[in-house]
Design a protein around this ligand. Structure first.
Ligand SMILES: Nc1ncnc2c1ncn2[C@@H]1O[C@H](COP(=O)(O)OP(=O)(O)OP(=O)(O)O)[C@@H](O)[C@H]1O
Length: 253
């Protein structure tokens, strides 16, 4: 994924709001990029540009060498799950599989695989209103993984969840990203969440957001990592302090 001199403005004339940019980013395949910054700095705007939901007013966004196609280039998870509440877990997943063009004969196998991946085995027949907020967000994650597209985009997906559920979902997203090797862009306010999840953190200045800090994170990833031990390590805590300071000074600059 590649962003070249990307800028985005909303509105026109005297009402113009410069939301983001200029931003240049090269994100190699398999990277877990976390965008962090104060409220209103343009994180969601950048994510929408990468998803192809909006066209940048200036510059270019490329995913696998081409402009992003909304709904095709990336799976997206939003802050709220945005599921169909009257459908079952299975019904919601089937819609995603149909939309992704997966042949119907493969749905049962693919459905089971996705549910196992997000820790939701055995919930297929439950309605969305019968499962918890954390489980709903797991369904939204499974739905975003249904299409085997190269990119996974998550916009503050755990902001509305309690601390413990949030940690368990962070553990799972870290694991899913390591297993699937998918390029991931994750938006958050939280330095803690950023350091735990990211293989790279980009801190944005206040609006219009530009890159204030671009930091590779060398914490261990992949199978066998004990998430709680990682959160308690001196290295994790030093990085968390560094990122929290960077976010604060970028917001004040
Ligand atoms: N649809 C829109 N129309 C006009 N202005 C917008 C629109 N969406 C966002 N903005 C403005 O663009 C700027 C960046 O907003 P954006 O939502 O991208 O920031 P953010 O960093 O994701 O914020 P938050 O963390 O609070 O969600 C803000 O000044 C915001 O008011």
């Amino acid at each position: 994924m590649q962003l070249d001199d990307v800028r985005h403005e909303y509105g026109r004339g005297r009402e113009t709001v410069a939301a983001v940019g200029p931003v240049d980013l090269r994100v190699p395949a398999g990277e877990f990029l976390v965008l962090v910054g104060a409220s209103g700095c343009g994180k969601s705007t950048l994510l929408r540009l990468i998803a192809g939901f909006e066209q940048p007013t200036h510059g270019s966004v490329r995913v696998s060498g081409a402009p992003p196609r909304p709904g095709t280039s990336a799976g997206v998870v939003f802050q709220t799950p945005r599921l169909f509440p009257w459908r079952t877990v299975r019904g919601n997943l089937d819609l995603a599989l149909r939309y992704a063009g997966v042949p119907r004969a493969r749905w049962p196998e693919r459905r089971a695989e996705l549910l196992a991946r997000v820790g939701l085995e055995g919930t297929e027949r439950r309605h969305v209103w019968e499962i918890s907020g954390g489980q709903q967000q797991r369904v939204a994650l499974a739905r975003a993984l249904a299409a085997e597209n190269p990119l996974l985009l998550l916009d503050e997906p755990f902001a509305a969840l309690d601390a413990l559920t949030r940690e368990r979902l962070q553990d799972d997203v870290r694991e899913v990203a390591a297993q699937t090797g998918r390029t991931t862009v994750f938006v958050t306010h939280s330095a803690d969440e950023a350091v735990f999840l990211g293989s790279r953190i980009v801190v944005l200045t206040r609006s219009p957001g530009t890159v204030a800090l671009d930091l590779p994170i060398g914490l261990p990833r992949g199978g066998g990592v004990d998430a709680d031990q990682l959160r308690e390590s001196a290295e994790f805590n030093a990085l968390r302090t560094e990122v929290a300071h960077a976010v604060k000074s970028a917001a004040a600059a």
